[in-house]
Design a protein around this ligand. Structure first.
Ligand SMILES: C[S@@+](CC[C@H](N)C(=O)[O-])C[C@H]1O[C@@H](n2cnc3c(N)ncnc32)[C@H](O)[C@@H]1O
Length: 214
């Protein structure tokens, strides 16, 4: 993802109280905020945050954590979310963001388990030699499995046919069960929170979606 940014944005991100800069900071927040009924939702590769903002805004009793590898993209997300909050005169104290590689998710979450993992428009990494970077590669699925509650789900959306087909096979071979498969999500009568990529690319073709469980 190409992003315009500067050092000031990154410094601002680091000072923002919803930016958690360590696993200790994350676990401290989860310890404070999670009780028996609280659900924990994670978006991996959150980009600029529209999806997460809208999910968290409409579900204030549950916790949303966005993970984004690229710090400058996260800085833009924080700016955007803060702008939305100012415009709407709200502050979402159930939304946090972090920057790390999703492969480290088990270490970050410790004993905390998630209810849903969202993978929205993950980078397709089309070259075979980059297959292991795809967020539906078995190396990632193995990590997700460890942090998912028994009945937890992964929700995956993409506009990329090759990544969709790859993910179908990868998820099937891994042994997760398919709950829902959409070949043209926008024509289906289901609730859908749109992401930045989805907004931009859905005019060129269908959006594919998978919902899977352990
Ligand atoms: C194509 S963008 C999609 C952004 C957003 N989800 C959307 O739908 O608009 C994918 C994002 O995933 C992030 N990403 C890729 N690999 C990742 C990883 N291993 N861990 C965390 N984030 C990752 C990238 O930095 C990029 O910002």
């Amino acid at each position: 993802m190409r992003a315009r940014y500067n050092k000031v944005d990154i410094d601002t991100l680091k000072e923002n109280k919803r930016f958690l800069n360590s696993k200790e900071a994350l676990q401290e927040v989860l310890k404070k905020k999670i009780n028996n009924n609280t659900k924990l939702y994670i978006e991996i590769g959150m980009g600029k945050g529209d999806f997460l903002f809208n999910k968290a805004k409409n579900d204030k009793d549950n916790i949303y954590i966005g993970i984004e590898l690229c710090l400058p993209v996260l800085a833009l997300a924080i700016k955007k979310i803060s702008r939305y909050e100012e415009n709407e005169n709200i502050y979402l104290d159930n939304l946090y963001v972090m920057s790390f590689d999703a492969l480290e998710i088990c270490d970050y979450l410790g004993n905390f388990k998630v209810d849903t993992i969202y993978l929205n428009f993950s980078d397709p990494w089309p070259k075979k030699r980059h297959e292991k970077r795809r967020l539906t590669n078995e190396k990632f699925l193995e990590k997700y499995k460890q942090v998912m509650k028994d009945n937890a789900k992964i929700e995956f959306k993409t506009d990329n046919r090759e990544l969709f087909e790859y993910s179908l096979v990868s998820i099937q071979n891994f042994g997760f069960k398919f709950l829902e498969v959409y070949l043209d999500l926008h024509k289906a009568d289901v609730e859908n929170v749109v992401t930045e990529y989805e907004e931009k690319f859905s005019k060129y073709g269908p959006i594919y979606k998978l919902v899977v469980t352990k």
